[in-house]
Design a protein around this ligand. Structure first.
Ligand SMILES: Nc1ncnc2c1ncn2[C@@H]1O[C@H](COP(=O)(O)OP(=O)(O)O)[C@@H](O)[C@H]1O
Ligand SMILES: [Mg+2]
Length: 295
């Protein structure tokens, strides 16, 4: 009797397991080759050049030798099952992982040919260039105006009040929020709707003239209408910024991104044009994920 297909009953008799149709039960680890990404992970003249990136939480390796280029002014979506390392990898791009004590990052991570992890690098300046929008909108408990003016003040981007006013207005316009808030800039930001708060956080990121905006599931706390507004905004922003968006919504990835990167168990399995990923992916694990076999 095939022991793989048998179960032991309580009176120690061995019986056949019920015949369930099993598809491919090879563990994912055996289908993934460390450091190998199928498709098109590289770009000419990339904004980010990332090579053999590994991230550890203590002894545990959450990111396993990932190499990827992120092109200038592209929107790239990171997708994959929960826990596969999307947020961890995203946070490497502006050193957000620095604040996690047990976290360490290895490999080559370059932004415009400069080492992101150079110990001499000014991390505050890095985060102004590479801004971040989080899953849950996190406005400061200050006025709408002060939320947007916060970064420009810290970075000394405006010498006069009128310059600061201009930056605040311009950022709120770009975030599609100006008409909704122009008459109540002094109102506290935490009184806004969730969707407005998230667009305010986008305005706050834009206000320091970043080159890149990282977004970690920016719509997962929003209703469909607020989500549509943020997606519209991403399309507009893609003309001026490089955007990296983590999303658990495959429809969202398909709507907003040029390329899609599929992560699995800390590996980068596939990167391709978004249309290709969702119609004829190159890797069987990507196929399984987009057809809903796991995730
Ligand atoms: N602060 C942390 N401390 C320890 N382990 C973490 C931490 N953040 C994430 N991890 C682990 O790293 C792996 C990747 O997590 P994460 O990057 O959050 O995945 P995703 O964003 O794809 O859901 C998971 O196994 C998770 O448990
Ligand atoms: Mg995450």
């Amino acid at each position: 009797m095939n022991t793989m297909n048998s179960t032991v009953t309580s009176n120690n008799e061995t019986t056949e397991a019920p015949a369930v149709p099993v598809q491919d039960e090879r563990p994912a680890e055996t289908i993934i080759q460390e450091g190998v990404t199928v498709g098109s992970p590289y770009a000419d003249d990339p904004k980010f050049k990332l090579r053999d990136v590994e991230v550890f939480y203590g002894e545990s390796r959450a990111i396993k030798k990932i190499s990827l280029d992120i092109a200038r002014n592209e929107v790239i979506a990171f997708i994959g099952p929960s826990g596969c390392g999307k947020s961890t990898f995203l946070r490497c791009l502006n050193r957000m992982n620095d604040s996690i004590d047990i976290c360490s990052v290895k490999g080559e991570l370059m932004l415009d040919d400069q080492n992101i992890y150079d110990p001499k690098r000014d991390v505050v300046e890095l985060r102004a260039r590479v801004g971040m929008v989080f899953q849950k909108p996190n406005p400061f408990p200050k006025s709408i105006y002060d939320n947007v003016a916060y970064g420009p003040r810290i970075h000394g981007l405006a010498n006069r009040k009128s310059d600061l006013d201009d930056i605040v207005e311009d950022s709120l316009r770009k975030a599609g929020l100006w008409n909704e808030v122009k008459d109540r800039l002094d109102a506290t930001a935490t009184g806004m709707s969730g969707g407005q708060q998230q667009r305010l956080c986008i305005a706050r990121a834009i206000a320091v003239s970043p080159e890149v905006i990282l977004m970690d599931e920016p719509c997962s706390a929003l209703d469909p209408i607020a989500t549509a507004k943020v997606e519209e905004l991403i399309a507009e922003m893609s003309e001026s910024y490089t955007i990296v968006i983590v999303t658990h919504s495959m429809q969202q990835a398909a709507r907003v991104s040029n390329r899609t990167a599929y992560f699995h168990l800390g590996h980068l399995v596939e990167v391709n044009e978004t249309d290709k990923v969702f119609t004829s992916p190159d890797h069987e694990l990507t196929e399984s994920y987009i057809t809903g076999r796991f995730g």
